[in-house]
Design a protein around this ligand. Structure first.
Ligand code: ADP
Ligand code: ADP
Ligand code: ZN
Length: 214
């Protein structure tokens, strides 16, 4: 099963992608996580990506596409995968469609997690990320057992720089300009499904499982 998660920044793509990956035993591929790992490890890719990410802008397509195409060609992706944060532009979507077509493959579902802009700033200001393992929490909606400490690895929790309100607004604008057109793209491909992302985390997941099948 090959799945794309669509939705605004903070809609809950990552939260749901992790649950899908666990339930269906397929890899969770987050381009944001890949860039953050590269930044942490001080790679050339990380250095390039950071200048865009810090400004709330998208990293250029040419730095993203090959990375994802290489990743989905790895052996652990043979039974499917869930893409989180990719594609984010029409050229990225077209490159993915083309790369898969060359292998006689196609994506199965594009799931749009729909959350209105009004809810997003609230979501983002409460989001906390673990510096150790990258796990994501929310101060109110998905709190850790001990305040400020990751349940999984005991690492410290931080507010991502790009989750500060001034950058969030910019990312939302970028989303509407560059990523939202993918909803039309995947509607035309016949694989778009929409879920209401404003309900509880488990209820969003329930709606997704109904689409994917148990
Ligand atoms: P969120 O989960 O809040 O939407 P991500 O972790 O997916 O954020 O992405 C963080 C940042 O990484 C984005 O704002 C963008 O700068 C960069 N990024 C991630 N994926 C892509 C992509 N497919 N194309 C371009 N930039 C990307
Ligand atoms: P995305 O990957 O789309 O940027 P995340 O999965 O990181 O979004 O979720 C953004 C923030 O909102 C996180 O702090 C997460 O814990 C929280 N969150 C995710 N889904 C929900 C939900 N259905 N209700 C309330 N909070 C949520
Ligand atoms: Zn952790």
């Amino acid at each position: 099963m090959k799945i794309i998660m669509l939705g605004a920044p903070g809609a809950g793509k990552g939260t749901q992608a992790k649950k899908i990956a666990a339930k269906y035993d397929i890899p969770h591929i987050s381009t944001g996580d890949i860039f953050r790992a590269n930044i942490k490890n001080g790679t050339e890719l990380g250095r390039k990506a950071k200048t865009y990410m810090d400004q709330g802008l998208l990293v250029p397509d040419e730095l993203v596409v090959d990375l994802v195409v290489d990743r989905v060609n790895q052996e652990d992706c043979a039974d499917g995968y869930v893409l989180d944060g990719f594609p984010r532009t029409i050229p990225q979507a077209e490159a993915l469609t083309k790369a898969l077509a060359e292998l006689g493959q196609k994506m199965d579902y594009a799931i749009d997690v729909n959350v209105p802009d009004e809810n997003i700033v609230n979501r983002m200001s409460g989001r906390r990320a673990c510096v150790g393992c990258g796990a994501t929490y929310h101060m109110v909606y998905a709190p850790t057992k001990k305040e400020g400490i990751c349940d999984t690895c005991g690492g410290e929790l931080i507010l991502r720089d790009d989750d500060k309100p001034e950058t969030v607004q910019k990312r939302l604008n970028v989303y509407h300009d560059q990523t939202q057109p993918l909803i039309d793209y995947y509607t035309k491909e016949g694989i778009l499904r929409t879920v209401d992302g404003t309900v509880d985390i488990d209820d969003v997941f329930q709606a997704i499982v109904e689409i994917l099948g148990a």
